[in-house]
Ligand binder design. Structure first.
Ligand code: NAD
Length: 464
């Protein structure tokens, strides 16, 4: 049955997709899949592919992570993921192993498709470190016995596919047939399961009709449109998309600075811009800068590859510079509000790079804490879920058991991450417990008039 017929059949029944029924009713083609890397992307990908009916073996070289997963636990905070993991483990559709050897040949089943979802962290020069991609490609190439599709899901610079191909060619002396493909992932942490299951688009960068057919079958149960391209274009779509979104954020942050200078309200400016369908409202929320494992490193890596190919994409450098300024702006606000900082106590609410994740990688809080420490202040911080990860990377501060404890006795409170639960706190109680009620709202979570009425010396981003 064709994909369109499958989808319209589901729409006709007006039901949310129930994938188990889907497989039975529509005879979906189930594939044996190996996913290498069980991080934010690999684990969500593997679990969701199992949920839509495929048999998935997830591989990670981090043995303790695999032991943890095999003990039935979920190593990351991601809404909905633990439940799906449990369900699919129980159904026998997902397994976890610590070697590629066991991943591509598992319980008598050979994986024809290998998704590579390992990390591609930044190197000191800004380029992406692709050594894990090479290692995985080489290991799979050594062991493949029949037609295999190497699907890159990690975010990589354009032409990585060609390097993967060269790597395989050097090893594959027996001439086992294979294809390479690029299938960039667009999920966002905090809504990763939902994003994977309801994609805006599925991009398939393919090098043959055969690979395209298999990948289309794999994604058939999902509703989003499939865009099939060549491999290089798919690689570029991911870098260009993330860089564009980061540009939108830096743009509105720059506008917020002007708003402050003239007494305008950036919220209204962003709203007025966003109502224009050509612009759209998303990613027009000002704050103290973006962070996370994607935007900062992808911007840098995109700039680096553009430069390497002979194009100086200066705009991207400016986007990064504005982002850096925004964190500096926050530190300057604290100095302005408190005059002398030495010995004062600053409370931070939120440490993760955004709400609904425990990910601390490149979180703005890291720069804020470093900047504050230079002034010899005392820092007390709270985050609803990322404290364990934060303790590994942030030293010299106190981690409070709840937001009230963090604020107690503080000279200034900085809202760093807009966790929704911070919105519902007893702010009267918070103000009373502070030494001086100075509040820097780095994410425009609160209403300025209400905060001032409550007695806070309140400042936010680009709002009077
Ligand atoms: P991560 O660090 O959370 O996970 C990577 C995993 O790969 C780790 O568990 C690590 O142990 C494992 N690994 C590394 N080398 C390995 C090897 N040789 N063999 C087996 N396992 C290996 O990273 P992530 O956040 O999941 O990101 C993975 C890729 O996806 C990156 O390229 C990232 O840019 C991209 N991406 C991330 C997001 C996101 O929101 N985190 C979204 C879209 C794309």
């Amino acid at each position: 049955m064709g994909r369109n017929r499958l989808l319209s059949a589901c729409q006709e029944t007006d039901k949310v997709l129930n994938f188990e029924n889907f497989i039975l009713e529509f005879d979906m083609k189930s594939h044996n899949i190996c996913v290498v890397g069980t991080g934010y992307v690999g684990l969500v990908t593997g679990t969701c592919l199992a949920e839509i009916g495929h048999r998935v073996v997830c591989v990670d070289s981090n043995k303790s992570k695999i032991r943890y997963l095999n003990a039935g636990k979920c190593p990351i905070y991601e809404p909905g993921l633990p439940e799906l993991l449990k369900k699919n483990r129980k159904a026998g559709r997902i397994a976890f192993v610590d070697s590629i050897k066991d991943g591509i040949q598992h319980k008598g089943r050979r994986a024809q498709v290998v998704f590579i979802a390992v990390g591609t962290p930044p190197r000191p020069d800004g380029s992406a470190d692709l050594s894990a991609i090479e290692a995985v490609a080489a290991d799979v190439a050594k062991r493949m016995t029949d037609y295999t599709i190497f699907v890159d899901k990690s975010t990589v610079p354009v032409e990585t596919g060609e390097w993967v191909k060269k790597t395989i060619e050097r090893i594959n002396k027996r001439g086992v047939p294979y294809d390479i493909a690029s299938n960039p992932e667009f999920l966002a942490e905090g809504s990763a399961v939902k994003d994977f299951m309801n994609p805006d688009r599925v991009v398939l960068g393919v090098s043959s009709k055969r690979a395209e057919k298999v990948l289309r079958e794999i994604y058939a149960p999902l509703k989003g449109p499939i865009l099939a391209t060549d491999v290089k274009s798919a690689e570029l779509i991911k870098h260009a998309s993330n860089s564009f979104l980061a540009t939108k954020i830096s743009f509105i942050n720059a506008v917020s600075r002007l708003c402050e200078k003239v007494g305008a309200d950036v919220t209204d400016v962003a709203k007025g811009m966003g109502l224009d369908k050509r612009i759209g409202p998303s990613f027009l929320r000002p704050g103290i800068g973006f962070g996370g494992f994607c935007f900062p490193k992808d911007l840098e890596a995109f700039y680096w590859i553009c430069n390497k190919k002979g194009y100086d994409f200066k705009l991207l450098q400016e986007v990064q510079a504005i982002n850096k300024d925004q964190k500096q702006w926050a530190l300057e606000q604290v100095s302005e509000l408190l005059w002398n900082l030495g010995g004062k106590k600053i409370a931070l609410w939120g440490l993760a790079f955004k709400p609904n994740t425990d990910d601390m990688r490149f979180a703005p809080s890291l720069d804020i804490v470093e900047g504050l420490k230079e002034h010899k202040v005392k820092i007390a911080a709270h985050d609803p879920v990322s404290m364990d990860n934060a303790k590994k990377v942030l030293k010299g501060l106190t981690f409070a058991k709840d937001p009230y404890a963090a604020a107690k006795g503080a000279d200034c409170l900085i809202l760093v991450t807009e966790w929704p639960q911070y919105k519902d706190l007893d702010l009267e109680k918070v103000r009373k417990s502070m030494r001086t009620p100075v509040f820097l709202d780095g994410r425009n979570l609160y209403d300025p008039a209400k905060m001032r009425k409550l007695g806070f010396d309140y400042r936010s981003v680009g709002r009077p």
